[in-house]
Every structure is written in structure tokens, then in C-alpha cells.
Design a protein around this ligand. Structure first.
Ligand code: C2O
Ligand code: CU
Length: 514
């Protein structure tokens, strides 16, 4: 008996010892985990948005908003559900409509599992409110909150989006419109925003590249105002009514937005235009660009189609038609070739011109944009798209990738000219933070209009010269708004002599602007 028991009690003891060891190891592992977590958690004070406006401009009001970023299941179309990140549980986030001169205060809460920020695209606000992680503030940690406050700029169509890991975060749905009205808009005017986005869904995933340039190959679904296909609602209007549509491209690809009606462009980015000719052409809307059009509602349906080189585009057509009229079954098909507007050549005048004719630059820069593959191999090339870069592509400015790209130093009051020379094979939508610029020339030739914008789409083989006044001290990002390109290196910083950089890359907050 005894002999029978011994081994069993020995094995019981052994089992207890083994269990104890496991428990000890587990406890040790948890301690190590907690310790590392604490070491990684932000320590000390994070750099919050700074230099906040306290007062509206004379005549302006105070507008308070709350935005909360959180994961959400987004239904793009009945049955087509994707995991997204959203402001206030909707994609796009709520449209913030304010008037010029208002004090805009946005209380922001981060309920994402990762750090984030909000950037106010196109708004020339104080540097500390620009929302660029690692440049103007530390990323707001998961569970954290902050406030942004600024005075609403000149009337126009702006937008807001994350500027931390932005290729991922904006792609997941963290964007919304900011509309600045000149004053109260007459109720007789229909004024709507259409925001275009892209989703890596519904298309066989190419093997293997899961890298920076891969998403654009995977976009199988486009959306307008967060919906696609049958979920897109018609716009109802009154014949004879003045209709303003604000197109915002929150995606990475150029969308050719085609209003099938005679219209005029009355705004580009954050500027208002007058005197432009009537047209019916398709508008090339590059990444991050905004175009505002106006037309008189006819007594018939008006289709706003969006064309792209790939098939999903048809699914984001929107129809605007009189109340009570039956929705026509199908958008007009057909090609837009020969019907694309020369947007840079649009002969209109901006309400505010930072570069009156005859202005001489006091500082000039040339930024050469390109791509290079560091590890060319067959799987980096997509069949049928020769030379299309895959996962190891670097997107370069003067041959370098951020943060090794050249810094642009200016001083207050400079008249600054920048020429973007696209030496690559892809389009690059170059965006300057903190300033509105005038588009001065394409390929060295001046343009017929006075176009003032914050993002310029440079096709391969073209060059664009922009001009602006250095009137907003700080450290400002310049980058391609194909956000995978920015993440792949196509970003630089412009800074004012003597101004202090507010935040650094990396660090305890894990700052990573693109
Ligand atoms: Cu739309 Cu760097 O921003
Ligand atoms: Cu680019």
C-alpha cells in the first residue's frame, strides 16, 4: 500500500511544485510585462496643443464641439460592414459648420486603443494647434483627451483628420469636414458636402506586399459620405434653387468628380473664387483637395459621377433631383476622356491673394519628388502596371526620406517660392501646412487664374511653383497627401528662424506623424 502511495504522493508533490513554478513564472512574466508597459507609457508631461485662441474675431461667436474617436463597425452598404475608426461613431465625422471669425473650440477624447491627434487641414492656425504628432504636439494617448481652439479662417471648405500614423488612421475613417461660411447662408441655397473615401475591401488581396504602397492596389470600395452603392441617398432639391456642392477628397487616389450639369467653381481648398467660366467637365480632385461648385437646379436629375481608373468608381455616383421625382435607375456611363477640366488653368480669381502680381520672392526652394525601390523583386510589380512600386518603395524629396529630407528655413515676412518637380512615375498631392499659397506656374509658365490653395496635385513629369507669405511662425509639415507616400518618406519640415519646435518624433508618446 505504502509503496503504492509513495510514488503517487511524490507525483502529487511534483505536480504542486510544477504548478508553483508555473505560477511563479507567470507572476514574474506579468510583473515584467507591467514594468515594460509602465516604461512605455508616457511619462512626464505630454506636449498638448498650445497657443490657443481665447476670443473670437470681432463679430464672431463661440462654437463648442465635442469629438470622440473610437472603433466602430461601419456599414458602407447593407451587408458590407467593416471595422473602422470614427469620430462620434460616424464616417465621415460630424460636419463642423462655423462662420469666419468664430472661436472654434473642440473638446477631443481618444477612445481608440492607440495614440492619435486631430489636424485641421488647410486652416492657417497657430502652430501649436496644428495637430501634427512629433512636430507640434505629442500624440494623445489612448484614453486621453485635449482641446483644440482656433479662430475660423476665411470662408471655404476645410477638413480635419488624424495626423498620427495618418496613412492607417485616416484610412480607417478618422476624417470629417470643416465648413467655414462667410456669414449666415440664405436658406434658399442648398449647401452640401460630399466627402470621398476609399476602403481596402472586396478585392482579392495581392500577394504578398503588405507594405506602404499596398493599400492603393487593394481599394475595392470607394465611398461618398461613408456610403457606397445602393446605400447612397439621392439629394433632393427645388428646380431653380441655387445648389452649392463641396467636394472633399479624404482618400489617397485622385477622383474625377463629374457633375452632369453646367456649373462654376466658386472655391478651391480654403479660398473663394469669382469670375470663373461655366463648364460641364469632370474635376480632377487629388488627395486632400476640395472644390466647391455652384449651379442652378434644373427640373431634371443631375448625376454627380466619380470616375477612376478602376471599376468601383461607378458605385459612388450621387443623383440630385427635384422632390417627388422618381430616382433614375442608373448613372450615365461613358468615358470622361476629353472632358477633364484643366483645374490649374481655371481662370478665376481668389478673394484673398497672398502673392499679388509682381511679387518678388525673397526665398526660393526646389523640391524634387521621386520614388525609388530599394529591393526590386518580381512581387513588387503589379501585373499590368509596369513599374508600380510595391512594399519597398521609398518616396523621396531631393533623394531623401523623412526625417532626412532637407529642412526649409524661412524668416517672418519672407516671400517664399517653392517649386515641386515631379521626377517620378506617380502623382503627388503636395500639401503645405499653416499657409495658403498661390499657384504661380506649371512647368514654368504662369497660369491664367489666381488660384489659392493648400494642396497641389503634381502629375508625373510636371513641375509646379507656389508662392506664399511667411506670416505664421512655427514648424510646418510639407508632404504628399497620398498618405502612404508620406509614410514612405515624402515629407519635409518648413520652419521659421528662431521659432521653437514643439514636439519630437518618437519619444514616450510614440509620435509618428505619418
Ligand atoms: Cu491633411 Cu499633413 O495633412
Ligand atoms: Cu505622393
Amino acid at each position: 500500500m505504502g509503496t503504492d502511495q509513495q510514488p503517487s504522493s511524490r507525483s502529487a508533490l511534483g505536480a504542486w511544485l510544477a504548478l508553483g513554478t508555473i505560477v511563479l513564472f507567470a507572476a514574474a512574466a506579468i510583473l515584467v510585462f507591467v514594468a515594460t508597459r509602465q516604461a512605455q507609457a508616457p511619462t512626464g508631461r505630454l506636449v498638448a496643443p498650445s497657443d490657443q485662441a481665447q476670443q473670437p474675431a470681432p463679430g464672431g461667436g463661440v462654437r463648442d464641439f465635442t469629438l470622440t474617436a473610437a472603433p466602430v463597425a461601419l456599414e458602407l452598404e447593407p451587408g458590407l460592414i467593416t471595422a473602422a475608426w470614427a469620430y462620434n461613431n460616424i464616417v465621415p465625422g460630424p460636419e463642423l459648420r462655423v462662420q469666419t471669425g468664430d472661436l472654434v473650440r473642440v473638446r477631443f477624447q481618444n477612445r481608440l486603443p492607440v495614440p492619435t491627434t486631430i489636424h485641421w487641414h488647410g486652416v492657417p492656425l497657430p502652430n501649436g494647434e496644428d495637430g501634427v504628432a512629433g512636430v507640434t504636439q505629442d500624440a494623445i494617448p489612448a484614453g486621453g483627451s485635449t482641446t483644440y481652439a482656433f479662430v475660423a479662417p476665411q470662408p471655404g471648405t476645410y477638413w480635419y483628420h488624424s495626423h498620427q500614423n495618418s496613412a492607417k488612421q485616416v484610412g480607417q475613417g478618422l476624417y470629417g469636414a470643416l465648413v467655414v461660411e462667410p456669414g449666415a447662408v440664405p436658406v434658399s441655397i442648398l449647401d452640401l458636402t460630399l466627402i470621398y473615401g476609399e476602403w481596402p475591401l472586396g478585392r482579392p488581396q495581392p500577394t504578398p506586399p503588405p507594405g506602404d504602397g499596398a493599400d492603393m492596389m487593394r481599394y475595392g470600395v470607394y465611398s461618398v459620405n461613408g456610403r457606397t452603392g445602393s446605400a447612397i441617398q439621392p439629394i433632393r432639391l427645388q428646380p431653380g434653387q441655387t445648389v452649392r456642392l463641396r467636394f472633399v477628397n479624404a482618400g489617397n487616389l485622385t477622383h474625377y468628380v463629374h457633375p452632369h450639369v453646367a456649373y462654376r467653381i466658386i472655391g478651391i481648398d480654403g479660398s473663394q473664387l469669382t469670375g470663373g467660366p461655366e463648364t460641364e467637365h469632370a474635376i480632377p480632385l487629388g488627395a486632400a483637395e476640395r472644390v466647391e461648385i455652384e449651379f442652378t437646379a434644373p427640373d431634371a436629375p443631375v448625376w454627380i459621377t466619380a470616375h477612376d481608373p478602376s471599376p468601383p468608381a461607378r458605385e459612388i455616383s450621387v443623383v440630385a433631383l427635384p422632390y417627388g421625382m422618381a430616382v433614375p435607375p442608373k448613372a450615365p456611363e461613358g468615358s470622361i476622356s476629353g472632358q477633364v477640366l484643366d483645374l490649374d488653368g481655371y481662370a478665376a480669381r481668389a478673394a484673398y491673394d497672398p502673392w499679388p502680381d509682381g511679387t518678388k520672392p525673397t526665398r526660393s526652394f526646389t523640391l524634387r519628388l521621386g520614388e525609388s525601390m530599394t529591393m526590386p523583386s518580381s512581387h513588387n510589380l503589379v501585373p499590368g502596371m509596369p513599374g508600380m512600386p510595391g512594399m519597398n518603395t521609398r518616396y523621396t524629396i531631393n533623394g531623401a526620406v523623412f526625417p532626412q529630407t532637407p529642412g526649409l528655413t524661412v524668416k517672418q515676412g519672407d516671400r517664399v517660392e517653392i517649386t515641386f518637380v515631379n521626377t517620378g512615375q506617380l502623382e503627388h498631392a503636395m500639401h503645405l501646412h499653416g499657409h495658403a499659397f498661390r499657384l504661380l506656374a506649371r512647368d514654368g509658365r504662369s497660369l491664367p487664374g489666381t488660384l489659392v490653395m493648400d494642396t497641389v496635385l503634381a502629375e508625373p513629369g510636371t513641375s509646379y511653383t507656389i508662392g506664399f507669405v511667411a506670416d505664421n511662425p512655427g514648424w510646418w509639415a510639407i508632404h504628399c497627401h497620398e498618405l502612404h507616400h508620406a509614410a514612405g518618406g515624402m515629407m519635409a519640415l518648413l520652419h521659421y528662424q528662431g521659432s521653437q519646435r514643439l514636439a519630437e518624433l518618437g519619444g514616450p508618446a510614440g509620435n509618428n506623424p505619418e
